[in-house]
Ligand binder design. Structure first.
Ligand code: SF4
Length: 552
């Protein structure tokens, strides 16, 4: 055996699924140090490298915050004991149909998603949903995307901040733009972003992206004419015509959509319209989910159930909840109240939180398990080699199999079918949005992502590199700070909630924040409270901007 063990796997964080290599040097000496025995490498065949989040992988291996044992009603125990102790609770709850819901994260393998579907059948429920909730809006798209074509395309149009949400995509996108004179990078967003620094930027009025795209689509389809002095959602008719021309003239163009909580209103409609625009302008279209395998997991679940689940939780219509791969206190808005009335909550998670479910199972990261994923290129890819999980941690696949065995008395036989892209249902109409800022709430808060934090920050807030910024913060234009004599802490209030945030230096961001906008990095649960927790008119739980005021 070689003196170096090598594990080739995928980055655990996002749907770009960059390759990582973990190498462990064999040693005969006892090892007592704090440093990991492992070293992290990226595959040199991929010239994208790894983003800051990818580099945190090594720390996750031996993080002191990892859950190493199961817990049942606050007592530490083995996974087996925790499952045994939960079965009687579950059996009582499932006597009634649809009395329990399961939420599974997009960071699971296809095999685990099939098992989750089998678990939902065994638990007598069809309430099986996907988180991050934003990714549900993307399940009606079959990606038309390849990394090779992205490198060589003459046009990349991004909608959303692709560079912050999926940082290693910046390299092929900028390579494509710089490859030949005339190649273009265009960004369409409601606020400037890391992409817009390098792009021809179209700043669409906040909350109007879906409406703007409906106008662009109607123009492209020849259904409307644009008057010379017309302004649509902040964009002049001349620029809309330019954009239409750019799209029509591209020979090898790619449209990309990325979303995050608090950013785009009606993301499902946006996706539907972008999909149609790509068809008629003959460009490729792809969505970039937050979850590593949300496209795979969501299609196996095979339905849009998040609204039904959230409604059932709010209306107190169910007694039990199972969360696979996360802490519900972190990602379900207002979960403290929901938790109080639920009879039994079981979750699998990586870290110990301050609030916890009745039963917690320590879970394995993707580099600690095997299985398959659907890639952005719509290929089924293998996770590769896995290293042993820490402590008692188990993959959710193993956990579900053990739970099914205890519930049914027989081994799991997950029924496998081809994961289906969900059909587009009627999306919202083309009316101009009306909920804008007003005298009472003169500012707009918008959710933004940062390259060194993944999504709600459940994982990335735990790494040492991010430890200095523990409190939720916002970015406010320095002129606004001066005008209102704001101190270093401000209370931001919206119709949905309020919180006291630290005012962060805008110089940390490479783009300007307009004076009437408050940019909220959404990697804190407190930031989520500013946004409406309900589903939108398309039935998707992924709010856009919110009106706000600053309370001194
Ligand atoms: S972009 Fe970053 S987080 Fe996403 S897969 Fe690549 S290294 Fe991981």
């Amino acid at each position: 055996m070689s003196s170096v063990e090598e594990y080739r796997t995928k980055c655990t964080f996002c749907s770009v699924q960059d390759d990582i290599i973990l190498k462990r040097k064999s040693t005969e000496a006892a090892f007592f140090g704090k440093d990991s025995l492992f070293k992290l490498y990226y595959d040199e065949k991929s010239d994208r490298g790894l983003c800051p989040r990818g580099n945190f992988t090594l720390e996750l291996l031996h993080s002191p915050y990892r859950l190493r044992n199961a817990e049942l009603f606050g007592e530490s125990c083995t996974v087996e004991k925790a499952i045994e102790g939960s079965v009687s609770e579950l059996k009582r709850i499932i006597e009634k149909e649809n009395n329990i819901a399961i939420l599974i994260s997009g960071n699971h393998t296809l095999e685990e998603a099939y098992l989750a579907r089998e678990l939902s059948e065994a638990l007598n429920t069809n309430l099986l949903g996907l988180f991050p909730f934003e990714d549900e809006a993307l399940l009606s798209v079959k990606n038309n995307f390849s990394f090779k074509d992205l490198n060589e395309g003459d046009l990349v149009l991004t909608v959303g901040d692709v560079f912050s949400l999926s940082p290693t995509l910046a390299k092929p996108i900028l390579d494509a733009r710089n490859k030949k004179r005339g190649n273009r990078l265009v960004s369409l967003d409601v606020i400037k972003s890391r992409v817009s620094l390098f792009a021809e930027h179209f700043n669409v009025k906040m909350g109007y992206m879906s409406y703007f795209l409906s106008v662009l689509l109607n123009y492209l389809e020849g259904k409307i004419r644009l008057k010379p002095d017309e302004i649509v959602a902040g964009i002049s008719s001349t620029r809309i015509k330019d954009l239409a021309e750019i799209l029509v003239n591209a020979e090898n163009g790619q449209i990309l959509f990325s979303n995050i909580y608090g950013h785009f209103t009606n993301p499902f409609s946006i996706v539907g319209r972008l999909s149609r625009i790509s068809e008629i302008t003959e460009n490729r279209f792809a969505v970039i989910p937050i979850g590593q395998n949300s496209l795979g997991v969501g299609r196996i679940i095979g339905d849009f159930n998040n609204k039904k689940i959230m409604d059932a939780l709010k209306e107190k219509k169910i007694e039990g909840l199972i969360i696979l791969g996360g802490n519900p206190f972190e990602f379900i808005p207002g979960f403290e109240e929901i938790f109080d009335y639920l009879n039994f909550v079981m979750s699998t998670d990586f870290f110990k939180g301050s609030n916890e479910s009745e039963c917690i199972i320590p879970s394995a990261f993707s580099f600690e398990k095997r299985g398959t994923l659907i890639s952005l290129e719509e290929k089924i890819v293998n996770l590769g080699e896995s290293i042993s999980p820490v402590g008692e941690a188990v993959s959710d696949g193993d956990f579900i199999s053990s739970l099914l065995l205890k519930l049914k008395g027989s081994r799991a036989k997950a029924k496998v079918s081809i994961p289906k892209v969900l059909p587009f249902s009627d999306s919202s109409d083309n009316k101009k949005p009306s909920s804008l800022t007003n005298k009472k709430f003169p500012f707009a808060v918008v959710g933004i992502g940062l390259p060194f934090h993944h999504h709600r920050g459940e994982i990335t807030r735990k790494v040492k590199w991010n430890e200095d910024k523990k409190e939720p913060y916002v970015y406010i234009n320095p002129a606004t700070v001066e005008k209102f004599s704001l101190k270093d802490k401000v209370k931001i209030e919206t119709p949905n909630g309020s919180f006291v945030f630290t005012v962060e230096n805008c110089g940390d961001l490479p783009f300007n924040i307009p004076e009437n906008i408050i940019a909220v990095p959404i990697h804190f649960p407190q930031s989520m409270k500013l946004f409406v927790a309900d589903s939108d008119s398309d039935g998707i739980i992924s709010p856009g901007f919110e009106k706000a005021r600053i309370v001194k």
